[in-house]
Design a protein around this ligand. Sequence first.
Ligand code: PGA
Length: 276
Amino acid sequence: MARVPFIAGNWKMNLTVAEGVALVKELMPRVNGLGGVDIAVCPPATALHSVGEALADSEVALGAQDVFWADSGAFTGMLSPLMLLDVGCTYAIVGHSERRGRFGKPDESLSEEAARVFGDTDVSVNLKVKAVLEHKLIPIVCVGETLPEREAGRTDEIVGNQVQSCLAGLSAKQVSGLVLAYEPVWAIGTGRACEAPEANRVCGVIRSVVGDTFGADASKAVRIQYGGSVNEQNAHDLVSQPEIDGGLVGGASLDASKFSQIVQVASVIAKDMRYV
Ligand code: PGA
């Protein structure tokens, strides 16, 4: 069974409610009916409800950028999986490097401690993944090495450890249904995407770590996106790689034309390569 490529847009801390609704209204006619590709947008929390309403009956799903693991309670500022379901989410990004404090473009004015401001760790990411799955949301679990880690030749070790820790305690069936995103931290928001063959190689490493821990069926089924400076120009190179099942797109997802071109590329690839 071929894996369906998945293109998700992470809007990060951008767009008002009105701007978000306007963006998806421009996006939907460009991508509805393409086929062969799953699509989602992940607005900021303030826009989830309105954007979700605007997306009703479209082929674009709704995702959140983060989630907390408890159902409810005294957790100021957080959103629970139940709340995400309540506004129509299908997906939740978990463990994005910006939540872990692993910034691609660190703010030089901050101390390292201050830069780790949101404090996600593999342990908290694992709790979030489990909570999300329990509520039948689909987590998009982000992993990736920093530039110093890559330069020290530690990419495979770092990414492999993140995959194992973030997915600890899950069943093979649960892993089969989730999404992993390989996001080299140095490629995020820098305009410097990872070269497609190298991104493919690391996604292959991730797939084999999944296989070692959860078995061959899970490793064949799990979708692995690439994220980090994906745009309408490099999308074809990246998404046509055999181990890469789509993209997690930041900056380019704020532009309906660019994002829809990336989705179109994935749709064409899916039809040409995976369904013949
Ligand atoms: P970018 O962000 O496309 O702006 O590099 C990607 C991400 O953070 O998922």
